[in-house]
Structures are given as C-alpha cells and as structure tokens.
Design a protein. Structure first.
Length: 329
C-alpha cells in the first residue's frame, strides 16, 4: 500500500514516543486522515499531540469494541505502537493483556479486513544475544530466543503467535533497538540516557554510568545500537509502505557504540568537558542486563531502504541543542 495523502491510518500509542514521531512523519508526507488511540493517563505525553494533525482521538480502552462494531470504518494502515514499554515492569498479567492480548486482537481485526498491519516488537526479544539478533521469522529460530525480562517475553510471545498463525507473511513486526530523541520525556526512568544525562550534567556536572560485571567489557564499554527516533520513524514508514515487505525487521543504526561514546557525544553537544562516574548496577537490572545489542539491518536494506542513518554525534547534537536545551529554559 503506497503511503499517499488519501491513506486513512490508525496509530495506537500515538501520543507516545515513537507513535507521535510516526504521526509527525505522516503529516510531513501530507497524510492527516489519522485516528490516534492511546491511554493518556496523568503524565504529560498529551503535549506530544499538540503540533500534530489528525482527525480523531480514541481512548485505547474503547478502541477494539468500536473497531469490531464497524463504527470506525475502514483503515488502509494500522501502526500499532501502543504497549507498556517498561523493561522493569513486574506485573506479568498486565503485560500479557496489554502487550500480547491486545496486539493479538488488533492484528486479527486488521488482517481479517485486509488492513495493512505494522506493529512494534522489540530487540528485547533477543535476550542476551547468544542466538544472534537476526530478524528472521523462522519459527525454529524464534522458538530458540530467550528474552531476559517480562517485557521482552510479552513482545516475543506475539512474534511467536504471529509466526504460527501465518500472520508474518502478511504484516510487519518492527524490532526496535535503542531509540532515543524528542517526545520521550513522559517515559520517566525508561527514557533514554540522553534525556536523563542531560539533566544530570545540568544538576551535577557529571554523567553516571553503570559499572560492568563482565570481564570482556570495561566500565562504560557495554554496547548498544543507538538509533535516532527520526530515523526509526522513516524506516518504519518505509516498511509500512512497501507492499513486498513482510515479517520481522530490525530497526536500528546497524552499528554498536559504547555508553562512553554516547556520554562523550552528550558532553560535546553541551559544550562541556567530559566528567563520568561509574555506579553500581541495581540487582534487578544486573540479572537481566544486555551487554551488547547490534541490529542486522540487511533485510531492511534489501527491502529498498537507502537513506543514511544519522551519526550518533549528529543525532545527539540535534536532540540536545534543538530540543532539550530549549525545554530547560
């Protein structure tokens, strides 16, 4: 389905971090026949919606009944970003209802009506990476993955269900790596190191990073595939608009960089000399910590995506100077 201005799009989690950037990117392409669904709650993520253009807002608790009744009509595309994204959430029943059950029901409705369905999976499904981080839809490969936390498992369980049901032949699942950028402030402790460290530097002059507990990684040299949210949104919409794209896709920069690289980029963007302190890792994080993530983006590239990925230094500079600094004043 080509993404043209006539497309009617449903975005769940549309007030959230990635969801709001997807709507922004759709608006940039002249698409505003958009229905937004989310749980707004009492945080400030409603602010992410203010500059966006869309037709309607629906509380996530009302969405499925209104879709199934036919009241909301036909959509060309569903971008399902709505989920609990906390990797430390301990309410397993909540995660199963919200991340697995709701996604399953929405996918069934979408695919039953021949609506293009694109959903957010996660790199957390790969666990410690011992089985690789290949965005394969092969059921044997998926069955061998061992997520390290309940959040990752709730995402993984839907990937498995979609593979068994044959849905991955007709939809796209996005395995997001370490996305950072504007519109994440409402995420609290789950927001990126850039957001948290910027405030740390203003308050204390230093950035605190976790110590390493594996000999092959020195303190601060644990690695992540960091991707700017603007790139993640473009990659996602490329896949959404590619009729031939189906199955699971990694969305990342395709390079692994250290926490020290990230910290130094933050100091450079702030015009300050680096000052880094290493702190103990809490036990609940230490048990389930990923020491390295790296997206194999070959399937994304083979699908025709040919835009360069913003460098870490340029992305951090844009985020710090263009957004965080302005918010701080």
């Amino acid at each position: 389905m080509p993404l043209d201005p006539s497309a009617r799009v449903l975005v769940t989690g549309g007030a959230g971090f990635i969801g709001s950037w997807l709507i922004h990117e759709l608006n940039q392409r002249g698409i505003d026949r958009i229905v937004v669904s989310d749980f707004l709650g009492t945080d400030e993520k409603w602010r992410n919606l203010v500059p966006l253009h869309f037709d309607d807002y629906i509380d996530a608790g009302d969405l499925l009944p209104r879709l199934k009744s036919g009241e909301l009509g036909k959509f060309d595309l569903v971008l399902h970003m709505g989920a609990c994204s906390s990797t430390t959430e301990r309410d397993a029943a909540y995660l199963m209802r919200n991340n697995y059950g709701f996604t399953r029901d929405l996918a069934e409705w979408s695919l039953g009506g021949d609506t293009r369905f694109v959903y957010a999976s996660s790199a957390a499904t790969y666990g410690d990476g011992r089985n690789g981080m290949r965005d394969s839809s092969d059921l044997d490969y998926l069955s061998a993955l061992r997520p390290l936390n309940m959040y990752g498992y709730s995402k993984h369980l839907f990937d498995l269900h979609a593979a068994r049901a044959g849905w991955l032949e007709r939809c796209v699942g996005i395995k997001y790596f370490n996305v950072f950028g504007p519109n994440e402030e409402h995420k609290g402790d789950m927001r990126s190191i850039v957001s948290k460290a910027y405030r740390q530097v203003l308050d204390t002059g230093a950035i605190r990073l976790f110590k390493s507990y594996r000999s092959e990684y020195r303190d601060g040299e644990q690695k992540r595939d960091f991707i700017y949210v603007k790139d993640a949104a473009r990659q996602t919409l490329h896949l959404a608009g590619s009729d031939s794209a189906s199955g699971l896709f990694n969305v990342g920069a395709g390079r692994a960089e250290t926490w020290l690289d990230m910290a130094n980029a933050i100091f450079a963007a702030m015009g300050r000399e680096p000052r880094i302190e290493f702190i103990d890792m809490p036990e609940e994080i230490k048990r389930n910590y990923q020491y390295m993530t790296l997206a194999d983006t070959s399937r994304l590239r083979e699908s025709g995506y040919d835009l360069p990925v913003t460098s870490l230094s340029d992305a951090v500079h844009d985020y710090v100077r263009g957004y965080l600094a302005k918010m701080a004043h």
